[in-house]
Every structure is written in structure tokens, then in C-alpha cells.
Ligand binder design. Structure first.
Ligand SMILES: C[S@@+](CC[C@H](N)C(=O)[O-])C[C@H]1O[C@@H](n2cnc3c(N)ncnc32)[C@H](O)[C@@H]1O
Length: 279
């Protein structure tokens, strides 16, 4: 099995069991100005009529985008189970929803004014091929807006959870760990420019935004425990991790019963350059 095949097989299997995991975890997270990371992406493509969501999962972002008057929407995702949830959303009845790979987009050249991707580009292998495909299906001047994960804010529950998780994973045999996912370059401005520039995109605008996931310990656990790394853990291991997490966050719980938790996202926005002489 090639590395790409193994990565994609893992993602399909994980989302078959947890098809709505990302929206459940991050849908309630808020930036300092009160927007979710999904709403931030919507705002980045506010003026665009034909919009593609790359790695659309269960379709929450597409549903938010469907609020825009006269929009034509499309989404693609590896996971048949997540796509089935997206297809159930009434707001997406007119959208073109495809199960497939971002490296081989089943869409015509120049068919979109914008492409969005929420917490998905960073998981994709052969990312140059993804960039070339997005450039092919975007009209010249089209917008690409992506949210990629930026890690823990620091000193809060997510940070502590990652420490506990690291220790748990180190104790596991290497053969049971998940495959390395995606391409590190998608998580930095310079790396993304290296990937996107040759496909015809302008240098990215890069913004780092903290997202607040604070809440009762149970809600915070529900969010942080959706990480892919927990996929191979058995029930007993997950339970041990959960107990360790609850005990670890006890001292930071406020008198109102809230556990501070935050993570950072990077929002990258760019445009496909107009081509001299056309395509
Ligand atoms: C963390 S989830 C995010 C889902 C959704 N964008 C959201 O934020 O709710 C990542 C999604 O990217 C999809 N994905 C990863 N690699 C992909 C690829 N090469 N082509 C299409 N989808 C892919 C996964 O199947 C998964 O549904």
C-alpha cells in the first residue's frame, strides 16, 4: 500500500465511525469577534457565486454558504459517510456533492469563483496535485480560502490534553499509530506559498486567530477527544485518557465550572492570478 493510499484508507475508516466529528468539535468554537471558524471562511468568499468546498465533511460550511443569494455550491470529500450527512441537509438539495479525491476533481475547468477548505487541506497528500486541480477548476482571479489548524493556545486544557495524548501514544507499539497525515507545508505561510505559487496563486494573506472552546469539562473533552490520534486507542485506553484529562483540568476549572480551552487556526486567503493570453 502506498503512503497516500494508507492515509486515505485511514481517513475513510475514521470518518465511517465519526462522520460529523469536526463540526461537533469545532462548530461551537468562537473567535474573539464572535464568529466560528466556519463563519470566518464564509466571510472570505462573501462576493463569490460559484463556490467549491474541498474536504467538505458533513456539509456545515456549505450549509452556511447556502445562505448567500443565488449561490451555486459544490463539495467533495473522501468519506462516503460524511457525504451522506451532507446530502441530508435540506439547504444543500441543489448542491453538487461528490465523493472523491481533491487530487482528481470531477469538475470542469474554470467552473468556480471560489474554493474554501476547512481543516482539510492540511490532511491531504500529493498537495501539489491538489493545488493544480484547484487552479484548474477556479476561474482566473478566483479566491482560495483555507482554515488550517495552528495548535494549542498554550497553558489551557487543549495543551494539557496534547501532553497526555503524547504520553499515551508513546506507550503504544509504533505499528498501531496512525499514519502521518498531510503535508507540513500547508501549516505555514511560507510552506503554503511554496505549494500554491507554482500552481498560479498569488502569495497568501495569512491570519492566525484564537478559537475559544471553553466550557464544562465534559464539553471540552468531547471536543479535544475527536483528534485522529485517538482512532487506534481501545476503549480502556480512551477511558484512562479521559480520567487523566478530567483530573488534569480540575485545578484550572473556574468557580462557574468552566474549563478554559483554546486552539489556534490559520486562515490563508489567496487568488488565482489572471493568466496572460488565457488558459
Ligand atoms: C477534519 S475533517 C474536516 C471536514 C469539514 N471540512 C469540516 O471542517 O467540518 C477533514 C476532511 O477532509 C477530508 N479529506 C482528507 N483528504 C482528502 C482528499 N484528498 N480529498 C477529499 N477529501 C479529503 C476527510 O475525509 C475529512 O472529511
Amino acid at each position: 500500500m502506498t503512503t497516500t493510499t494508507a492515509q486515505e484508507a485511514f481517513l475513510r475508516a475514521f470518518h465511517a465511525e465519526h462522520p460529523a466529528v469536526t463540526t461537533q468539535a469545532f462548530g461551537r468554537g468562537l473567535s474573539p469577534d464572535g464568529r466560528s471558524s466556519y463563519e470566518i471562511l464564509c466571510d472570505r468568499v462573501a462576493g463569490s457565486r460559484r463556490v467549491l468546498d474541498l474536504g467538505c465533511g458533513d456539509g456545515l460550511l456549505l450549509e452556511l454558504l447556502a445562505g448567500g443569494e443565488g449561490r451555486q455550491l459544490a463539495g467533495i470529500d473522501l468519506s462516503a459517510h460524511s457525504m451522506a450527512l451532507a446530502r441530508r441537509r435540506p439547504a444543500l438539495r441543489g448542491a453538487q456533492l461528490e465523493e472523491g479525491r481533491a487530487q482528481e476533481l470531477p469538475f470542469a475547468d474554470d467552473g468556480f469563483d471560489a474554493c474554501v477548505s476547512h481543516m482539510a487541506l492540511m490532511l491531504m497528500s500529493e498537495v501539489e496535485q491538489v493545488a493544480a486541480e484547484v487552479a484548474r477548476v477556479l476561474a482566473p482571479g478566483g479566491v482560495l480560502a483555507c482554515v488550517v489548524g495552528g495548535g494549542a493556545v498554550g497553558g489551557e486544557a487543549y495543551d494539557r490534553f496534547l501532553g497526555l495524548l503524547r504520553r499515551t501514544i508513546e506507550e503504544m507499539p509504533a505499528s498501531r499509530r496512525i499514519p502521518a497525515l498531510g503535508d507540513r507545508r500547508t501549516r505555514s505561510r511560507e510552506g503554503l506559498d511554496e505549494v500554491l505559487g507554482p500552481a498560479g496563486f498569488a502569495p497568501v494573506e495569512w491570519e492566525t486567530v484564537p478559537i475559544d472552546l471553553s466550557g464544562p469539562a465534559q464539553d471540552v473533552w468531547a471536543a479535544v477527544s475527536t483528534l485522529y490520534d485517538l482512532g487506534p486507542l481501545d476503549g480502556a485506553n480512551v477511558e484512562r485518557l479521559r480520567e487523566a484529562f478530567f483530573s488534569e483540568v480540575r485545578d484550572m476549572t473556574t468557580p462557574e465550572g468552566l474549563v478554559p480551552c483554546g486552539f489556534k487556526i490559520h486562515v490563508a486567503t489567496t487568488r488565482l492570478r489572471e493568466r496572460a493570453g488565457g488558459r
